[in-house]
Every structure is written in C-alpha cells, then in structure tokens.
Design a protein around this ligand. Structure first.
Ligand SMILES: Cc1ncc(COP(=O)(O)O)c(C=O)c1O
Length: 370
C-alpha cells in the first residue's frame, strides 16, 4: 500500500473564495492571485489553472523559478515576481515573459540590459515602501525613479504597488497605520498617472486589506490566504471562505495498551486505564508540527481522537478508545472541518495559517478532488 497520507485540494473551494472576494469589489477591479510558495502549499500549477479559469488578471509568485514552472505548465496570465529578479536571472525571467517587481533604483540598469538583448521591453511593477520597512523604494525616491523610467525605453511600467504591514490588525493603531500607508500610496499616484497614463495598474490590498480596508481598492488587489479559505482577521471576515485543503490518512497500526503504559518519545502520555491507540503516518517532517503535541485531535469514524504523546518525524499516535469500527486502514482526517482547520492549528502552536499551509511537506501528494 502506498503511504495513505494525502492533501485533498478542492479547486472549487478556491474558485468560490475567488468569487466571494470578487463580489466584495467593483467589477473593474482586477485580481492578482498570489500563488507563491507552491500556491501556499496547495500545488502552484493546479491553483494557477483554477485561478486563470476563474478570471484572475495576474498571478504573483515569489521567485523566477516559480514563474518558470508555471510558464512550462502553460499558464499564460501575466506573472509578477513579487520577490524581484536578481541580475543572474534577469534574461531567463524576461525570456519566460515574467514581470519583475522593482524595489530599488539600481535594478533598472540590469533589467533594461536584459530587455535590450531580447529586443522587447521588460514589464515592471514598482514597489513603494509606505511603511512595511521591507522591499520597496521610499516615497521620496518615487519622483526620481519615475524620471529614470521615463528615460529608460527598455522597461515598461505595468504596475505601481505597495504592501500593507498591519491590515490584519483590528486595533485602532493598526487601522490607522493601514490608512496612513494607503494615504501615502494614493498621494504618489497622480505623478505616476501624469507620467505613464491610466494603463499602469495600481495595487495595494492583500487579503486583510480587501476584507477590512477596501474603500479604495485601486486598479487591482493581491489576495493570497483568503483564496485558500483562511481569513487573516481575528474576528468575523464578513464573507464565507472555504478551506481548499484537507489532509487525510489511514490507520497503519492499532493496539490496546494497559493502564499506565507510556506512548511515544519521553513518555509524555500515560494511558489512564486500558486505551486503544492507533498510529497514523504523518509527522513533523510532513509539516504536522511537533508543537501540536498534547493539543491536536484528528477525526476518525465519526469520533474525535486526541493526539497521544509526542508527535514524531513520520508518525503520530492517536487515542481512539471507544470509537466503534476502527481498524487498520480506517480513514483519519488530520486537517479539515471535522478535525482542526489550518487556522485552529496555527492558533494552537502560536503561528499563522500561512505557515501551516506552506509547510505541508513535499512527500504528501496533493490530490485534486473536484
Ligand atoms: C507582496 C505581496 N502581496 C500580496 C500577498 C498576499 O498576502 P495575503 O496572503 O495576506 O493575502 C503577499 C503575501 O505575503 C505579498 O508578499
């Protein structure tokens, strides 16, 4: 039997989430679906195809290699390398029709040289740092960069963007920080329009921005996590999002252990009375985090089975005492509606659902179920 642990991917859920966000926005607002990091762990190619079919205007990846993978799979939408393009990969990126995020004036030179060699302009999205303090030119550099771009025929300004640092926060200070970032972004736009016209797509809102700051969505939005069915907000998202990934496996070993018997490394779990324990083939090397030890549960045969003892690299033991009809080969839901969502897992181990989803291991096959 092949290892029975798989991540079921519901592309219909992804498309419904796309539509749910679409319905929050004016019809003219484009959607750049963020599919970096292997489509947030869901499988970049199938996610990209589903978003292309759903009507995405562009897709966002982190690296040139991620973009090349999508081009090779036949994705035709504009692909924006959000992490920027380094000099050694500029020609390759251009040859595959990728657009580069430009976050430093020094990047114009080598991107234009790659364009010159190919004989066609390199599409770029200028990123302005309005408060994130990560990638992006500072607002005071915008005028100079606009002059550089006007003088440089090798680059075609396709987008003008910023990234929000705190749109997921509901505290007054977070909301004010987001408003301030959006104000700063808005102030620069007339100069961009004056120099390059209306065809430059202005974009700023990530999922949290769309859900809680969409008064001005600009020309395009850039959702990631919400497409995959998780809300980045602590409170009500105001929209129904369906998780696009469910992880399932099967029991590979089952036994009765007597009262007081220990389970797994360091004997952190002791049987209180006789217990039925089952072993399932998923562990922290698959992204089932060790920090869930003592906290997580799985769903088995209509019942709930708590994790018993330390989560191992390749296996986890669950306590299935009293659940009827359980045997070797019984299906187990590890992540999903009946067990724990990615958001709940994230809460339990003090992280965010992005980390849970992107760390679902490479040895778990992603299987499209619709
Ligand atoms: C530049 C950029 N835009 C948009 C996104 C999507 O963010 P989210 O998944 O929070 O919607 C990301 C993700 O980190 C990003 O880096």
């Amino acid at each position: 039997m092949a290892r029975p642990t798989v991540a079921e991917i519901r592309l219909s859920a992804l498309q419904q989430n796309f539509q749910a966000l679409r319905d929050l926005l004016p019809r003219s607002t484009g959607i750049l679906g963020v599919v970096k990091a292997n489509g947030y762990g869901h499988g970049a190619v199938s996610v990209a195809r589903a978003l292309e079919a759903a009507g995405a205007r562009m897709l966002g990846i982190a690296t040139v290699d991620e973009g090349v993978e999508l081009r090779r799979a036949g994705i035709r939408l504009p692909l924006v390398v959000l992490g920027g393009v380094d000099p050694p990969q500029a020609e390759e990126a251009h040859a595959h029709g990728l657009s580069a995020v430009l976050f430093d004036r020094a990047q114009t030179g080598y991107l234009a040289r790659a364009a010159g060699k190919a004989g066609r302009a390199f599409p770029v999205h200028v990123k302005v740092d309005t408060g994130m303090g990560r990638l992006g030119i500072l607002p005071g550099e915008a005028a100079g960069l606009l002059r550089d771009l006007a003088a440089e025929r090798g680059l075609r300004l396709e987008g003008w963007m910023t990234h929000l640092s705190s749109a997921d926060g509901s505290a007054a200070a977070d909301r004010e920080c987001t408003r301030e970032q959006l104000r700063t972004f808005t102030e620069i736009l007339p100069a961009v329009r004056a120099a390059f016209g209306e065809n430059v797509a202005a974009h700023a809102l990530n999922s949290a921005g769309i859900l809680s700051h969409r008064e001005e969505p600009f020309d395009m939005v850039r959702p990631g996590i919400a497409l995959y069915g998780c809300s980045p907000l602590a409170g009500d998202a105001g929209v129904t999002l369906r998780p696009a990934m469910r992880i399932v496996t099967k029991i590979v070993s089952l036994k009765e252990l007597p009262d007081g018997h220990a389970v797994s490394y360091n004997r952190r779990y002791r049987c209180a009375g006789s217990r039925t324990v089952a072993v399932v083939p998923i562990g922290y090397a698959d992204g089932y985090r060790r920090g869930l030890t003592g906290q997580a549960r799985m769903a088995v045969g209509g019942g709930t089975a708590p994790v018993a003892g330390t989560i191992c690299m390749d296996h986890t033991v669950i306590d299935v005492t009293g659940i009827p009809g359980v045997g070797i080969g019984t299906p187990v839901e590890v992540m999903g509606e009946a067990s724990l969502s990615a958001c709940e897992m994230a809460r339990l181990c003090g992280t965010i659902p992005y980390e849970i989803l992107t760390q679902v291991g490479a040895r778990i096959p992603r299987v499209a179920v619709d």
